[in-house]
Design a protein around this ligand. Sequence first.
Ligand SMILES: [Zn+2]
Length: 131
Amino acid sequence: MNDILPTDNISSAQPFMNLANIGLLILFIASVAACVFIFWKIAHKTGLPGFLSLGMFIPVLNIFLIAIFALITWPIEKELAEYRKKYGPLIKQEKPEFDDLPICAKCQTPIPPGAKNCVNCGWPDKYKDIV
Ligand SMILES: [Zn+2]
């Protein structure tokens, strides 16, 4: 039974394992670098120094850091609030098309400009005889 299996089974697999380990190591280092980069950018956006991102690797502190980043007012938020105070909302709310048209007292249909009577029910002319 042992004759069928190559005797150097483990040693022949060794280079592949090393390559896989090197690949995993590269992936790990790339992931850590990406995390540091991302948290560094977030820390900068909060207005805090970027090195605080290294605190992400310290258990418990990382939770507090995320909470601080999420809860403090970011400089961009302060700036936006000042602009909104000065100039109003950046995106103007569009009025609905029939927002400022007069509305029929009987059926609540907007009466288009120039029309004397409601286009839906004819008010007030149609009701003149009844009232
Ligand atoms: Zn009407």
